[in-house]
Design a protein around this ligand. Structure first.
Ligand SMILES: Cc1cc2nc3c(=O)[nH]c(=O)nc-3n(C[C@H](O)[C@H](O)[C@H](O)COP(=O)(O)O)c2cc1C
Length: 122
């Protein structure tokens, strides 16, 4: 798809800004094993400019936090963003899947260190 979204709101300006950027970092809490509805709403707006976004081969990263610290909690979000990154030809510069990080105080130090890496890679 190539063009403006039919929704007349800030979405088109956001897409213009995305297309002027070299990189995009998606940040979300895990809500019922997926991304937040707010972030999904933003990504849905990409559809109007899929072609232009894909052509840029943008650098991208995902930072997700979850309360639980088990083997399943990040599976859904990992698969979903893996497919989205492939579909939009994003180059993953280092995602952080922070389990056991329901509050800032809970977050293990290793994830804070990991979050530094995508910044350096951009
Ligand atoms: C609606 C809702 C759904 C959530 N679902 C999950 C979940 O499936 N797994 C999990 O570990 N934490 C879950 N959490 C906890 C959040 O992922 C965790 O607190 C988060 O990383 C920080 O989000 P917050 O800023 O909304 O508190 C959920 C929280 C909310 C409010």
């Amino acid at each position: 798809m190539a063009g403006n979204c039919i929704q007349k709101d800030d979405g088109n300006a956001l897409l213009d800004r995305l297309l002027r950027s070299d990189a995009v970092i998606f940040v979300t809490p895990v809500y019922y094993f997926g991304m937040s509805a707010q972030l999904k709403t933003v990504i849905d707006r990409f559809y109007a400019r899929n072609g232009a976004i894909t052509a840029k081969c943008m650098k991208a990263a995902l930072i997700a936090t979850a309360w639980n610290d088990d083997d399943t909690v990040m599976k859904g979000i990992e698969v979903t963003f893996g497919i989205i990154f492939d579909y939009l030809d994003f180059v993953n510069v280092g995602s952080v899947l922070a389990k056991g990080s329901g509050t800032v105080g809970m977050m293990p130090l290793k994830y804070r260190r990991q979050a530094y890496e995508p910044g350096r890679a951009i």
